[in-house]
Structures are given as structure tokens and as C-alpha cells.
Design a protein. Sequence first.
Length: 339
Amino acid sequence: MSDDQTTISRAAATALGEEVMRLAGFAPDHARAITASVVRAQGDECHSHGLYRLLSCAELAEKGKVDPEATPLIDDRAPAIVKVDACRGVSLTAFAAGLPLLVEKAKTAGLAALAINNCYHFSALWPEIEAITDQGLVALAMTVSHAWVAPAGGAEPVFGTNPLAFGWPRPGKNPFVFDFATSAIARGDLELHRRSDTPLPEGVAVDAAGNPTTDPLEAVNGAMLTFGGHKGSALSTMIELLAGPLIGDMTSAQSLAHDDGAGVIPMHGELILALDPASFLGGAISADTSGAEALLTAITRSGARLPSSRRYAARRRNADRDMPVRRAVLADIEALAER
Ligand code: NDP
Ligand code: PYC
């Protein structure tokens, strides 16, 4: 463990997180949902969406943008569509409210969509994906954020960091999951570089004049880049359209305009799809009978690793021991508890 890291138990992190969120003004269900999400991410060593996010959630509540007591409204819109209005609360409570109906609809219709509107979204998508694969369903999730990312070939920020996540259930095993920003680096990682004053990797951002930069502050004043050039750019455009206008919500540019200089976590929509292998294949057939296991085994046999294998290894490692966390991040959270 490096000098800038310490450890914290899951129980202590949960107690601290819930207290800090309560002090920030969040109702108990919101405080619990936010804390559970960041503690889980920390346990999987996903630092950009782990305990550090308690700081941005506290700021969100302090700036009066979020409704810290919002009750999500469920709208059973169509046979395969459930919409949940988060009513300016965090996405996590809206997801929890919509999940049972999403699962029921996917198992009845074969596939179904959950559209969440008006939510503040700060979290990783894989916990939502895993909640769906736990039900034996295939899952896809996407969301916009704030317009920080320039399209490939362009200079002005247009897209959000727009994560895309996919999950495939594997009976008796961890699901196959990938979950990534369509920007070359997540904003959370950029912010962690800014906090620790360390350079960004090459090729993830440009400065205000459009020149490549590894300086996190120059990147904030310039633009982040998409991953994979024009391919990431097209995927990011798709996410803007599907998780924005299709579900009657904001694009990343509209979300940034709505933020109006507050600089807080973005408010917008999220689209989540669930597909039922049993419905596609007929009868109670599990997802591993279709060559899926052979495919995934071939990937690892080739010498590659599966996405999420690092995360699952961290989960196993940290299950019975204290989780690693950056000292400076923990100190800033503890300071919030002492105010
Ligand atoms: P990473 O680039 O760290 O990882 C992306 C995915 O690729 C993960 O599933 C990861 O698995 C996998 N992966 C990484 N390296 C390899 C490899 N060598 N071989 C195979 N698979 C690999 O993710 P990002 O930094 O882009 O995103 C981090 C998080 O940020 C995500 O959880 C995302 O949801 C979240 N996010 C949230 C946003 C929001 O608006 N709410 C916006 C943007 C991002 P593993 O984890 O095991 O390394
Ligand atoms: O890391 O890009 C990010 C992000 C944006 C909103 C929440 N996380």
C-alpha cells in the first residue's frame, strides 16, 4: 500500500458515510443508498466512484440543487416501459423504486426498459447492472453527464463522459460486466488527478487552445476527449440521444446549462434495458447454454482478462479486511463529519 493510502472497515465507512450524508441534509433512505453505493465501489477499488463521491454529494446538498428527501414516482408507461421520475433526487433511490417492475416486465415481455428522469447521477453503473444480472437477465445501462468532452475532430465540449455498461448473467459465477465512460478518462479520475496534483495520462484531454495536455486544470478549462476517436464519439452521441431526448430528458449540454455554474453533480436521465434469455430461447433456458461460456473462456484462454475481473478480485480481497482509501479523501470526509 502506498504512503498516501490508509484503510477503513466497511462498517466504519458505512457509519461515516451515513452520518455525513445525514448532516448534509439527505433523508435516511437517500443517505443509506448513497453510502451503500460508494462503500460498494470502494470495496471493489473503483476509486473514482467510491468514498470520494461523498464529498460531491455533500456539496450537491449544500448548494441546494438536489431534493434530499425526494420520493421517486413510478409510471407504468407501457407493457415494456417503466418510467421513474426521481423528482430531483439521486438516481439510486429511483433505480431501486423501478427495478421490480423492470424485472417483471422483462420476464413477461422478453425485454423491457427503465427510464429514469430528473435524477442527480454520481455513481458507477455496474451495481445497477449486477442487480439485473442477479435476476438472470441481460442488462445494458447508459447515462449522459455534463458537456465536458469534445467530439472526435471537434474542439468544443459537447458530450458528457457518458458511461455505457453491459451485463451477462453466468449462473454460479460472477456476471460478465463491462462499465466504462465513453470519454478517454472518467471525470471522477480527472478530479482525483486534480486533487492530488498528478498529471493525466497522455491523449485524454486538450487545453483551451485545443493543444494536448496532461495538466488536469488545463483539461478542465479545455476539453476531455472521447475514447477510440470517432468510434467513441459515435457511441457517445447514441447515449446522448437514447438517455436524453428519447426519454424526454436533457442532453449533457442542456444538463450543464441547467447547472448554471454551480459545478455540482449532473442532473439528467438514465436508460436501462433488461433482456430475458429464457424468453428469447424459449422455456427456462439459462444464459450459458448458447455458447456464451465457450466465448468467455476463449477470451481468458487467449491470455486476455475479462472486464470486471480486477474489480471482482478486489471484492474478494476486501471482503474480510479493511478497504484501501486515499488518506486525503478520508480526511476530507471526516472533516465533514466534524463540522
Ligand atoms: P475503466 O477504464 O477503469 O474500466 C472500464 C471497463 O473496462 C471496466 O469494466 C474494466 O474492468 C475494464 N477493463 C479495464 N482494463 C481492462 C483490461 N486490460 N482488459 C479487460 N477489461 C478491462 O472505467 P472508466 O474509468 O471509464 O469508468 C469508471 C467508472 O466510472 C464506471 O463504473 C462508470 O460507470 C463510471 N462513470 C459514471 C458516470 C456517471 O455519469 N454516473 C460517468 C462516467 C463514468 P475492471 O473494473 O475489472 O478493471
Ligand atoms: O466520472 O465522469 C464521471 C462522472 C460524471 C458523473 C458522475 N461520474
